[in-house]
Structure formats: C-alpha cells, structure tokens
Design a protein around this ligand. Sequence first.
Ligand code: FE2
Ligand code: FE2
Length: 246
Amino acid sequence: METRIDEIGDRIYRLSTHVPDIVPPAGFAFNQFLVLGDEPLLFHTGLRRMFPLVSEAVSRIMPIENLRWITFGHYEADECGAMNEWLAVAPNAQVAHGMTGCLVSLNDMADRPPRVLSNGEVIDIGGKRIRYIDTPHVPHGWDAGVIFEETTRTLFCGDLFTHLGNGPAITEGDIVGPALAAEDIFYDTSLGPSIAPTVRRLAELAPRTLALMHGSSYVGDTVAALHDLASAYEKRLRAAMAGMPA
Ligand SMILES: [Fe+2]
Ligand SMILES: [Fe+2]
C-alpha cells in the first residue's frame, strides 16, 4: 500500500491510501486532508495501523511536529484511530471536535484534553478559516460533524458520498450514483429524519469543492449533488417507513 498526495485546493492536500482487499476488485480508499496555514490542520487521522504510512506522507509536505489541529468527522477508527500517535509526535497539536464527541469519547480517549467546538465555531488557522458544523447522526454517529474551509469554500464532508474504488483525486463526474451503490453494500448511513434536512443545510454553504473521505473529491455542481443525495435518502426513508407496521 502507498499513500498518494494531491493538492486539491490552495494548500489543501489530499492523502489517499487505497486498500484493494476491501470489497475487491474495486477496493476502498481512506483519505486524510492536510490544510496548511500558520497552524496546520489535519482532517481525519487515518487508522492507527496506517499511522506510519500517513505520517510519512505528511512529512513529505511539512515537518509533522508542526501539526497544530487534529480534527475528524466522528469517533471511529478510520476517522481518529491514530489521534494519540499524532499527539505524541506533534507536541503543540490538539484534538478539536464538537461537544458530544468530546463529552462521550474524546475527554477520555485523547491523551491530551480536546478543544470543544460549538456548532458554527471558526478556528482561524492563519490563512485559512475552518468552520465546524454539527451534523448529529449524519451520516452516522451522534457526535458527527463536518468542517468547511471558508476561503476556498471546501466542504470536508467525511463519510458523506462514500464510494468504492481508486478514482482520481478530483472528479467532475457523478458522485451520487456511486455513493448510493456503496450504501447498498455498507448500509453506513443512519436513515433517520435528520439526514435529508442536514444534507440540504450543507448545500446552503454553496461549496466549491466536496472533499470526501472515501472516494474522489468533487468540483462539479456541489449544491445539486447534495440535494440529490438528500432526496435519495428521503426516498429510502419513506420506503422504509412505508414498510413499518402502523
Ligand atoms: Fe464513519
Ligand atoms: Fe470514514
């Protein structure tokens, strides 16, 4: 396995490790994003066992000890499994996440106390502005959240739009169809009442780029893609509800 690096926006690097053994032959990619500024920020730490690969990739871009912020979408191994490895090598680094994640998991699991972010709070990392947005249960996990980099209008949407394969770093092709195909395999989205409204609220940000954790980043009509995804989940939710006893 190797970790590929692509700059998908101004000083925003996508680190991608494709694992061919997960759902072969397409395989499955794990992406982290490094946002450079006076206070460099990582979104997703990578799996704990992938730390040697991911940290070596980051070291090709900057000294790893300069990392300041460790962020991720929710408490799961691929999102934050290596957070303590990062805290160990970067003495000034701090985990930052929403209130629920900090209270439920991170106050205990992180080796140094995390910074608690309120919904909509911005971390100015010097040259980039990272807004944290709570998205409870979307796509899964009650501590779920995303980040939005305001200067480049990049929405780091975590597991939303998850799809298989080892596609290009950036695509203008359809990402909704592949996401629904992956959903049929993984059933990873919490099909509840908040999914469609939350995804539609993200569309109000009018992102220029959707940075996906599993799959290619997207630079087409992001607003349409978010609304299409919301509608598809709404349809699935209605179908599921229709099958329930009254
Ligand atoms: Fe996840
Ligand atoms: Fe993930």
